[in-house]
Structures are given as structure tokens and as C-alpha cells.
Design a protein around this ligand. Structure first.
Ligand SMILES: Cc1cc2nc3c(=O)[nH]c(=O)nc-3n(C[C@H](O)[C@H](O)[C@H](O)COP(=O)(O)O)c2cc1C
Ligand SMILES: Cc1ncc(COP(=O)(O)O)c(C=O)c1O
Length: 219
């Protein structure tokens, strides 16, 4: 084992390369395992463990991907917040399917999630929006995300405009900003192991009312 691997094992208390994934049982849902891995990622010092790659595609199947932050997760799905006028939103409106990919480097873990996508309610978006700092709330109003802008000063003018507009007032969540929930149909857990002989388990279900199946995949 290389020095780097030894340091990594020490830092992560042997999670990752040293510990095999427990054999999953029959039709057990994958959420408990996701929670366990996410908690481990938060504990081991990874910067922004909640960052994930969101891949979308146009109706013609042309893909695009970008990093966003996971803000809520439960058995209903995985929620991130964004601008409903952005490129990703246009792609999701036309083709409501996405893939989420987490890579927790030091733990040698990857999780890939596939599923249909729906918008969360305005109430849910507003509840999250109100938890953000005032600057980020103004920023959301000021930015036409993914649209061309002539200069930074144009953006700053927009910021100033909304600072004045909302001076001493509550800042509501804009109708053009909110959450998307990815309702998982497939979740793959990948645990890096020595000699590239990794553990891979893929959980899948026909739809969100069906039971989960789990299968081991070759590395
Ligand atoms: C670490 C990190 C976290 C980010 N989190 C978000 C996020 O939660 N929501 C968001 O809209 N953009 C987020 N961004 C910006 C996106 O990567 C992207 O630039 C933006 O959403 C526009 O993407 P689009 O043009 O494909 O729609 C984040 C970027 C980074 C690097
Ligand atoms: C443009 C944009 N929107 C939303 C977010 C979500 O994060 P937060 O709500 O913590 O600002 C980010 C995070 O980087 C971001 O860059």
C-alpha cells in the first residue's frame, strides 16, 4: 500500500479501501446507505461534500453537466436549488430526467443517481430561500442565470437596484428561482478497492411505487 493510501486510511479510519461494502439485502431501499455515506463524507473533512454534478440533456440527447449543491434529501428524492431560467432548467423542462454524481475522493467513493425530475412547491423553495443570507437572496433577484451579460458593472447595477427595491423589506423567493427534486430510479454505490477491484452495487426500481432490486456489478 502506498504512503498516500496509508495516510488516507488513517484519516478516514479505514473507510474506503480497507472496508468492503456489506452485502446488500434483497429489496432493501438504498436511502440508509446513502445517508451513511453522506454522513461519513461530511465527517472526514471533504470540502463541500454536498457538491454534486448534475447532468441533463436536451430532447435531442445532447448532454450538459454542472456542479450544484444538494440541499435536501429524503425518501422522496434529492433536492437542489437554481434559477428556473437557466440552461439546466430549460433542459429539464424539455426532458425531465437527470443524473447526479457525487465523488468523495478521500473515501474512494462515488454515487450515481438517475431519475425523473420535478419542481418542488413554491412554499418549499421559499422556505429554503429565506434560510439564505440577504446577499444571496438579492443575488438571485439580480442574476438572469446562464444568460449573456455585458459587464460585471451591469450585474452590480442590478444588485444595487434590488438592494434599494427591498430596503427594510422581506425578500420573497422570485418565481423564477426554486428547487428541483430528482426522484431516484437507479442509485449506484461505488467503493474503490485495491487493484481496481472495486465494489459496485446498483439499486434500481421500475418506478417510485415499486420495490428496489440490488445487483452487484463488475468493477
Ligand atoms: C461548488 C459549486 C456549487 C454550486 N452550486 C450551485 C447551486 O446550488 N445552484 C446553482 O444554480 N448553481 C450552482 N453552482 C453554479 C453551477 O455550476 C452553474 O454554473 C450554474 O447553475 C449555471 O448552470 P447552467 O448554465 O448549466 O444552468 C455551483 C458551482 C459550484 C462550483
Ligand atoms: C448561483 C448559485 N445558486 C445557488 C447556490 C446554492 O447554494 P446556497 O443556497 O448555499 O447559496 C450556489 C452555490 O454555490 C450558487 O453558486
Amino acid at each position: 500500500m502506498s504512503l498516500f493510501s496509508k495516510i488516507r486510511c488513517a484519516l478516514t479510519l479505514g473507510q474506503g479501501v480497507l472496508v468492503s461494502l456489506p452485502e446488500p439485502k434483497g429489496d432493501e431501499p438504498p436511502f440508509a446507505l446513502f445517508d451513511q455515506w453522506f454522513a461519513a463524507a461530511k465527517k472526514c473533512g471533504i470540502v463541500l461534500p454536498e457538491s454534486m454534478l448534475v447532468s441533463t440533456a436536451t430532447q435531442e440527447g445532447i448532454p450538459s453537466a454542472r456542479v450544484v449543491l444538494l440541499k435536501e434529501v429524503d425518501e422522496q428524492g434529492f433536492v437542489f436549488y437554481t434559477n428556473y431560467g437557466s440552461r439546466k432548467a430549460a433542459e429539464l423542462d424539455a426532458n425531465p430526467h437527470a443524473n447526479l454524481t457525487f465523488h468523495w475522493n478521500i473515501l474512494q467513493r462515488q454515487v450515481r443517481i438517475e431519475g425523473r425530475v420535478e419542481r418542488v412547491s413554491y412554499e418549499q423553495s421559499n422556505a429554503y430561500f429565506q434560510s439564505r443570507g440577504r446577499g444571496s437572496r438579492i443575488g438571485a433577484w439580480a442574476s438572469h442565470q446562464s444568460h449573456p451579460i455585458n459587464s460585471r458593472s451591469e450585474l452590480e447595477k442590478q444588485v444595487q437596484h434590488f438592494q434599494e427595491h427591498f430596503k427594510d423589506k422581506e425578500i420573497p423567493c422570485p418565481e423564477f428561482w426554486g428547487g428541483y427534486r430528482v426522484v431516484p430510479r437507479v442509485i449506484e454505490f461505488w467503493q474503490g478497492k485495491a487493484d481496481r477491484l472495486h465494489d459496485r452495487y446498483v439499486y434500481s426500481r421500475e418506478d417510485e411505487h415499486a420495490l428496489w432490486n440490488v445487483t452487484r456489478l463488475s468493477p
